[in-house]
Design a protein around this ligand. Structure first.
Ligand code: ZN
Length: 76
């Protein structure tokens, strides 16, 4: 349990790298999440290309089907 990961760009483990990529993909999906049925950033029908790419990546990691948490209120 006490694996001490050394911080540093060159010593990222595969798991850390993977988690980082997952977070990036999720952020893309969240940013491009449609308000109604349309991407707010690309303005095209959803899923837009960035979303499809991100989902494609998540799917390869067994993370497909992920959706951003619904926030009822305002978002910054
Ligand atoms: Zn988009």
């Amino acid at each position: 349990m006490a694996t001490h990961a050394q911080p540093g760009p060159a010593s990222l483990s595969t798991v850390q790298l993977r988690n980082r990529m997952i977070l990036s993909a999720r952020r893309i999906i969240t940013e491009h999440w449609p308000r109604v049925d349309r991407c707010p950033i690309c303005g095209s029908g959803w899923p837009c290309p960035p979303t499809e790419t991100a989902y494609g990546y998540l799917a390869t990691l067994g993370q497909d089907g992920w959706a951003p948490p619904q926030r009822a209120g305002s978002r910054r």
